[in-house]
Design a protein around this ligand. Sequence first.
Ligand code: NAI
Length: 422
Amino acid sequence: MEITYTNQQLGVPDVPTIPYIEGDGIGPEIWAASQQVMDAAVQKAYQGTRHIEWKEVLAGEKAFSKTGSWLPDETLAAFQTYRVGIKGPLTTPIGDGIRSLNVALRQTLDLFVCLRPVRWFSGVPAPVKHPEKVNMVIFRENTEDIYAGIEFELGKAETDKFRHFLIQEMGITKVRFPESTAFGVKPISKEGSERLIRAAIRYAISNHLPSVTLVHKGNIMKYTEGAFKNWGYKIAENEFSDAVFCWPTYLEIKKKNGKTAADEALANAKKQEKVIVKDVITDAFLQESLLHPDDHSVIATMNLNGDYISDQLAACVGGIGIAPGANINYDTGHAIFEATHGTAPDIAGTGKANPSSLLLSGVLMLDYLGWSEAGQLIERALEALMAEGKMTADLFSQTDHATLLTTSTYADELIKQIETAK
Ligand code: NAI
């Protein structure tokens, strides 16, 4: 049955149909493991009153060999209709018009939030001293910025036209070497920024999280990244005034009535469990998130910053290979949950693949459906396994005294944990 979406609320039947793409390379192995574990968790949590009806849809190499298309229309139609789906990694086809299947999926469904929660699992080897202090949820804007793909290559006629427009018509004199410059355009819109920041603030409020940090480089890029910050504060004040306390308010009180009064107002807001909305310049954030990661909770940022930040934070918790992700349109409810790593062709078929990224994306999906009891069972099972040092080859190789599991025995162990959970 189809999942519905009205007034920002998903309507999830007891037996929702969920389309999935198993993916290329290690995709089939990690999908098989993840599906079994998710089914076991749903069964345990709801004792047969709920289950997922999985519907395979094709994309990537499997789609190409069966249908001649890398991304058949039926696949896009299934994600449109059933609203929530999940996917393994896909090979990026070379030279036939599609830049990336992932980008095509995101654009078609206008999945404007790239959601990346980052937390540490006890037992996972991490490069920082206190990985347990890293617990953040990144809202990365997914459709705009320098990643929009508006680029002009050196030597092309269109580039000459663009250069002419900039220099002759706009009177721009700042291009250092005009004749040998390629160009990229950075679109940052009010609508695009607002919908991303709105989703981040709503998420913080409904999950009782302490803060939203707007990360930007607005000190240099005033009209794009600076505007992102300003629109963010405006939307927080205009739409969530009862539930948030914004940093500019703190500064205003401080200016008028002194630091003690401002600190008091901030303490009061925290006591009332208001979400503190603040901002940090990107380079400072990259330092701060290493030095004081527990100062930040939900992060709202643009596409390029978000790309860097997601991987840096995932690396802090040793989780670059196990980090989950989702692409979501919070206005229509459409969402695709996905492993964040690639197809790992070097280990495909060897049983070495770690299914945790896809599985944790499944946990995110279960939470999104409101089936968090099942998601928690999986998270607790993963915590137990990692704490016991039962690991797949990627993490095993970095740990002393661990037990090596294959992709499928890892799933078996997780299912055992789930079935015997109290
Ligand atoms: P990759 O993430 O596939 O592999 C990088 C390294 O990490 C390899 O050594 C691989 O063995 C290891 N690795 C990745 N996932 C693992 C897992 N679950 N368990 C254990 N080890 C794991 O990145 P690469 O090699 O750059 O890309 C391969 C293909 O994947 C390319 O076609 C690329 O375009 C595609 N790709 C697809 C993505 C997606 O569908 N979301 C994301 C990134 C890459």
